[in-house]
Write a protein that binds this ligand. Sequence first.
Ligand code: AMP
Ligand code: GLY
Length: 427
Amino acid sequence: MKVLVVGGGGREHAIIRKLKESPEITELFAAPGNGGIGYDAVRVPIGATEVEKIADWAAENGTDYVVVAPDDPLAMGLVDLLAAKGIPAFGPSAAAAQIEASKAFSKDLMKKYHIPTARYETFDQVEKARDYLRANDNWPIVIKADGLALGKGVLICEDLAQALSAVEEMMVGGKFGASGDRVVIEEFLTGPEVSVLSFTDGETVAPMVSSMDHKRALDGDKGLNTGGMGTVAPNPYYTPEIAAECMEKIFLPTVHAMNAEGRTFKGCLYFGLMLTSDGPKVIEYNCRFGDPETQVVLPLLESDLFTVMQAVTQGRLKETEVKFSSGSAACVVLASGGYPEHYEKGKAISGLEKGQLPGGEAVVYHAGTEEKEGALVTSGGRVMGVTAKGETLKEALDKAYAAAEKISFEGLHKRTDIGARALAAGK
Ligand code: AMP
Ligand code: GLY
């Protein structure tokens, strides 16, 4: 089978490395991939959002199956375009991807189907949003741009002044383009956060091992929000009891709600949860694998990923085994100094051979690397994630950090406390 993976970050590299283990796959392609991915798949020079070109390329090159990993091409309907050409693909239709692409849609869905989430109001008019904020006496409050904003469209505002300037920036200043024309203003929740990625074919939900992201740039959860500075799996706060409650009150009701709306979801449905004193609540849905959650979740998958993906596409998930190892995994992201704001690119990377550590003590998932004259250089904010597995979380973390020490480039920044909270909670 000839398989194309769309996207070019650490998540896509983790998907590709897992798919490489499948005996059914003979040829793997990545559009556009990145420098490090180039060692594991043949790169196709088409951007992930050039959806028409990707669909044409897939048809012209006899592609048997496509995995669409990022949110943008899903929201733009790449899976529908491929279906029209008779090419099966992993990922939701554009109609189902709305669960991530519009926060107003997902909040209304949860309200209509009684799925636990933060209380909220949606605003299309800035004056109404301002009036609502002026009347609010419950701070902090959370303001979210309705559309896709590279994970940066959520602001937690401590007081009225901050909140007014946030809606001003989004609704008047166009900070997130059209994504900010509409905003959701919601109640601030507290509690441990858990990411649960799941496979679903629109009927069965097979949750993957739980994980914990570290979104802030600096140690101690300080600094700006990033795309994610590291992850661990499993998440110790996510007990079997909470998992059962989530399945009953959140996972199955969400999939059934999407069916009832005529938007059957097939693919990876990501539940961003907060475990509040009032029970688990949905913070956000993503219509795709999380990044960098995938870099700790897929290494723990013992079943054949391609078999599971095809079962999702064909509606056979119920009869398909999705098994995870009982061990732990940790991923430490190596970023360019200054990320998520200003950073330099083109720095030489040392410590790797063909993109991996020569000793094989950990796996390197490339996010922002390019090949230049046969060597790898940095090309993005998050450069790579170093993932190790262990029988315990402590062992996985020690191995990941020891491996990360062997890689260097000018300005390298990493957090030194990935997994610290999980270790403390894990007993
Ligand atoms: P999102 O992009 O929706 O995942 O939001 C980014 C981050 O903002 C989440 O991971 C939470 O840490 C935080 N957040 C979002 N919504 C809320 C909320 N209602 N209460 C508290 N924190 C929130
Ligand atoms: N790590 C969070 C996300 O992928 O959106």
